[in-house]
Write a protein that binds this ligand. Structure first.
Ligand code: ADP
Length: 221
């Protein structure tokens, strides 16, 4: 990203002059307080939102007609966003299905990802039968099933209890060592960023945020 600005239609300045180089195989944490623009930056990197100015360049051979990196990016949201009417297998198959790969042809790849997150035995379960941590594992498997070069994670474990969260952190680390996928991981946890990443990118509160959102009390005379 070079000099990326993002101004939303209501006038909110979410990113100001953000530049970032991401190298293959890095595990980057985007660390900063709520509202500083982490999600906005991640969405722009994913091609889910356009910058107001500045440029984003992907070294991808698979740029689609809109100039976005198709299939090269896996995204894990804070909510697992699984389809409730579909099994675990069906949910992980979805990105391949959208790419035209049948269930039969996708079976090996889907099961490989489910093994990778420890859920091979739950292929036929429905999301409602799973714990929050297990749903998140399905979401990770779904993000990886197209073998993306870049895995983007937006505060993925923020809603989980600390023990589950720590297990998932360990599993994501193991997965990164195993696959060497490039990861950008959004978090507001200093501990999580230090535990996980090979590089921490600190984002500050957007200009003016501290002063306009949190009025500083004046000392009494
Ligand atoms: P973070 O992920 O660091 O919490 P966000 O990227 O979600 O921050 O938001 C950055 C700023 O942009 C916040 O002030 C937020 O309220 C604002 N914002 C985010 N999305 C929108 C939107 N669609 N429209 C207007 N403002 C937005």
């Amino acid at each position: 990203m070079r000099d990326v600005n993002k101004v939303f239609s209501n006038g909110t300045l979410a990113l100001k002059g953000m530049s970032l180089d991401v190298h293959a195989g890095e595990f980057i944490s985007l660390l900063g307080p709520s509202g500083c623009g982490k999600s906005t930056a991640l969405r722009i990197i994913a091609g889910l939102g356009a910058p107001s100015s500045g440029t984003v360049a992907w070294p991808s051979s698979r740029i689609n007609s809109k100039g976005l990196p198709e299939g090269d990016v896996g995204f894990v949201f804070q909510e697992p966003t699984l389809m409730p009417w579909s099994t675990v297998f069906g949910n992980v198959h979805l990105p391949l299905k959208l790419a035209g790969v049948s269930k039969a042809d996708a079976a090996d790849r889907v099961m490989e990802q489910l093994r990778g997150v420890g859920l091979a035995d739950f292929a036929h379960a429905y999301p409602r039968e799973l714990s929050g941590g297990m749903k998140m594992r399905v979401s990770i498997a779904r993000a990886l099933v197209t073998q993306p070069k870049l895995l983007l994670m937006d505060e993925p474990f923020a809603a989980l209890d600390e023990i589950t969260r720590q297990k998932l952190n360990d599993d994501v680390l193991a997965l990164w060592h195993r696959t060497r996928v490039t990861v950008i991981f959004v978090t507001h946890s200093v501990f999580e960023s230090a535990y996980l990443s090979s590089r921490i990118v600190v984002m500050r509160a957007r200009p003016g945020q501290v002063y306009t959102d949190l009025p500083i009390s004046q000392p009494e005379q």
